[in-house]
Ligand binder design. Structure first.
Ligand SMILES: Cc1cc2nc3c(=O)[nH]c(=O)nc-3n(C[C@H](O)[C@H](O)[C@H](O)COP(=O)(O)O)c2cc1C
Length: 224
């Protein structure tokens, strides 16, 4: 009652990227509600450019097996080019998050096989029972992707509100040619990212760390 934080702030503090899921499926009606809530985000011209393929049951297992095989045998080729490099503070944050994960799962510095094994967990969808593939029209360029970013964030929050854990995954989208083939997604749509989701395995080591955030003064340049 005396908590000065807003409901939204509390919800945002409850969300984190889940990297180990239990197998139980999320009811279709709950997934529909999550999408319906996420649909309320703004988009340029209200274009609502996102489209989702959402897998459940045997379709998730089919995706998981084929994606793991793809990741072991094919080089990444994302529709949205990855950053050329992370430098300065961005590299520092990337490293801090990576080490927090490795520390949690017991991968030590220099253990290349261990870090490769953990990276491969992306393609097993962290054992999630569902995966959403988010696409945008190629014609809308960067702004289609910007709009999808808002949708992805809202999806993760709407899911958190009803106890469903999520993780956005660029790693999955990095195998874009495979995803186009596997789901018959036409080339006029860009694969933006995936969201694996389900119920968290709360006691799994990969879920035992949380990331930090910069202070307000580090991100705002006040004028006036
Ligand atoms: C667009 C996007 C793509 C991401 N891709 C991956 C990914 O491929 N693998 C992964 O483990 N985490 C991925 N993440 C999760 C980020 O690492 C995570 O959001 C960040 O470290 C902040 O931690 P938090 O979500 O737990 O607050 C992604 C997040 C976003 C928003």
């Amino acid at each position: 009652m005396n908590d000065p934080r807003s409901e939204l702030d509390r919800l945002m503090s409850r969300r984190w990227s889940c990297r180990a899921f239990r197998p139980d499926p999320v009811p279709r009606s709950r997934i529909e509600r999550i999408v319906e809530t996420a649909q309320k985000v703004p988009s340029w011209c209200n274009a609502q450019p996102w489209q989702l393929v959402i897998t459940s049951g045997a379709e998730t297992e089919r995706l998981r097996a084929a994606l793991m095989h793809e990741a072991e045998t094919a080089a990444p080729s994302p529709d949205l080019p990855h950053p050329d490099r992370y430098a300065g503070i961005y590299l520092d944050r990337r490293r801090e998050t990576g080490w927090a994960l490795y520390d949690a799962v017991g991968v030590r510095k220099g253990d290349r096989a261990g870090s490769a094994r953990q990276a491969m967990r992306n393609f097993a969808l962290f054992d999630a029972p569902h995966c959403a593939i988010i696409t945008a029209p190629r014609d809308l360029g960067a702004y289609g992707a910007v709009d999808c970013g808002g949708f992805v964030t809202a999806f993760t929050l709407a899911a958190a509100e009803c106890g469903v854990a999520t993780i956005a995954q660029a790693a999955v989208a990095s195998h874009a040619p495979f995803l186009h083939r596997h789901f018959d997604i036409p080339d006029d749509r860009l694969i933006i990212c995936a969201i694996s989701f389900g119920y968290a395995d709360e006691v799994h080591p990969a879920n035992r760390f949380r990331t930090t955030r910069a202070d307000v003064q580090d991100v705002v340049d006040w004028r006036g």
